[in-house]
Write a protein that binds this ligand. Structure first.
Ligand code: 13P
Length: 254
């Protein structure tokens, strides 16, 4: 069945410097009029490049998001940028709980929850990232880990009635490894995610489930063919014009 909306979210991580970010943003902006109307695209540039890239995308229908935020509005927090500051700079979305934040920077479940709340309070749309490590997968506890990540971020939240929730399932072992999850397996986890979110936040509107982890132009079709997968969150292949345009082209074939 054809999807009404296809989420193509690009996490540029720390792959691109200031000039490279601006060059890629301008190249995408000039292609944007050719994108299929069903595509909901959002780019997550580095904090340094955020503002100029946001300006480039302002009127071309490409959304913009923060890779990470701090939960306090303003103050003595060296090196941090708050959700409100991003909002003022034209931000629409923010990644929360990305596995690189959780595992490389030791972000706890409590910190993820505070960031999630701050993002929502600032009027941004959070993209909550969840996923198991390879050890957790081997131990057969994927479902438990994912449910725990979801519930700890969502349980105390007062969610605006009917507002859409976006969750990205990104198995840690599939990120940047070239070893993407089996689409059938991702579909099963996304069904669990949708069910858990609906139970935890009954007021929520549509629950959009994205898959992330070694997505490229060759495998995106198989993920989007799955009914519970609404789109993708892409790292490496989104930071180069050629591979991102290939993903865009392949995404609308289903
Ligand atoms: P890759 O697409 O490079 O595997 O990264 C996925 C990811 O972490 C997106 O947030």
């Amino acid at each position: 069945m054809k999807k009404n909306a296809i989420y193509l979210f690009a996490n540029w991580k720390m792959y691109l410097d200031y000039d490279e970010s601006n060059i890629l943003a301008n190249a995408l902006a000039s292609e944007a009029k050719n994108f299929d109307k069903r595509i909901k695209m959002a780019i997550f540039p580095s904090a340094l490049s955020f503002y100029p890239v946001a300006q480039v995308f302002r009127d071309v229908g490409i959304g913009i998001g923060a890779q990470n935020v701090y939960w306090v509005d303003k103050g003595g927090y060296t090196g941090e940028v708050s959700a409100n500051m991003y909002k003022e700079a034209g931000c629409e979305y923010a990644l929360v709980g990305h596995s690189e934040r959780r595992h490389l920077f030791g972000e706890s479940l409590e910190e993820t929850e505070k960031k999630f709340e701050a993002v929502l309070a600032a009027g941004l749309t959070p993209v909550l990232c969840v996923g198991e490590t390879s050890a957790e997968k081997k131990n057969g506890i994927t479902e438990r880990v994912v449910k725990n990540q979801l519930e700890s971020a969502l349980k105390k939240i007062s969610w605006p009635k009917g507002k859409e929730i976006i969750i990205a399932y990104e198995p840690v072992w599939a990120i940047g490894t070239g070893d993407a999850c089996d689409p059938e397996e991702a579909q099963k986890i996304q069904e669990i995610i949708k069910e858990t979110v609906k139970k935890t936040v009954p007021k929520a509107g549509y629950v959009a489930a994205l898959y992330g982890g070694s997505v490229d132009g060759k495998n995106i079709g198989a993920f989007l063919a799955k009914s519970a997968i609404d789109g993708v969150l892409v790292g490496g292949a989104s930071a180069k014009l050629k591979s991102w345009l290939e993903i865009i082209k392949e995404s609308v074939k289903k």
